[in-house]
Design a protein around this ligand. Structure first.
Ligand code: SF4
Length: 256
């Protein structure tokens, strides 16, 4: 890991207001993975801003620590996040490590039995962007009822390290609607985020835009070897964060 420096990122929301986020930015040449802790802080700050605005309108966000109602959905993460989560799972202390690794294996086995594994790997390897098909796969995945391998007694076991997609998911409807998201009775009121940081990260290679590359969180361990073979560019850390925020259309106003 490169050295880091405390940096205030100034996020400008189209001139309407600004958010200052204190992060530890990697110094010197860095990989995108090195910037993830800083990007997680940005995502948390953006979420808090959205939640505060909605609370002010009498529509409080239901999501928070302890809620895992959406953790059985097909969670798709960027490559550096998948690699980070795979390493995290391997480095967990016992006795938790064995259970988490076992759940990853079980998830892959169940996907294979259901005939979904090859398609998910193909979508990852060949960057398939058929969103209608993706919706079908989401439903088929949901029907299998596979909990995220990091769920421990109904609580996220890696909450501080959860990926961007989990940080930005927000609803104002009661959690039980997320827990039966594909049923006709479910009325999930998703918050339309002004910024899709998770999507932007999947479309960014560390130096600039790339065609979206992402994979199901449950396949992070299975595909770890492939991910290691794809090291992205290394550039100056603060410059990388600035480029990413610019790409994510945050109206980045620089560090100070
Ligand atoms: S990483 Fe945590 S928050 Fe995200 S799906 Fe898994 S258990 Fe849920």
């Amino acid at each position: 890991m490169p050295e880091t420096k405390k940096t205030n990122l100034v996020i400008d929301f189209a001139g309407r207001d600004r958010l200052i986020v204190a992060v530890d930015a990697p110094l010197g040449r860095a990989k995108l993975a090195d910037a993830l802790p800083a990007l997680f802080k940005v995502a948390d700050a953006v979420f808090a801003r959205t939640a505060a605005a909605l609370a002010g309108m009498g529509r409080p966000v239901s999501c928070g620590p302890g809620c895992a109602a959406c953790c059985r959905q097909l969670i798709v993460v960027s490559e550096p996040e998948a690699l980070r989560l795979a390493r995290l799972a391997r480095d967990l202390p016992e006795p938790g490590r064995e259970s988490v690794l076992g759940r990853f294996q079980d998830a892959a086995a169940r996907l294979e039995q259901a005939g979904l594994l090859a398609g998910l790997i193909d979508a990852f390897s060949n960057q398939v962007h058929d969103w209608r098909r993706f919706r079908e796969v989401q439903k088929a995945y949901w029907d299998l009822g596979i909990d995220c391998p990091f769920l421990e007694n109904g609580v996220c076991g890696v909450y501080r390290d959860r990926p961007l997609i989990c940080r930005q998911y927000a609803v104002t409807s009661p959690p039980e609607h997320c827990a039966r998201v594909f049923s006709a009775q479910a009325k999930v009121e998703k918050v339309i985020h002004p910024l899709d940081l998770a999507g932007a990260l999947a479309g960014f290679d560390g130096a600039g835009p790339q065609r979206t590359r992402a994979l199901p969180l449950t396949l992070a361990l299975l595909l770890e070897g492939l991910l290691k073979d794809r090291p992205g560019p290394e550039i100056d850390g603060p410059n990388m964060i600035a480029r990413f925020l610019d790409y994510a259309s945050l109206g980045y106003a620089g560090g100070k």
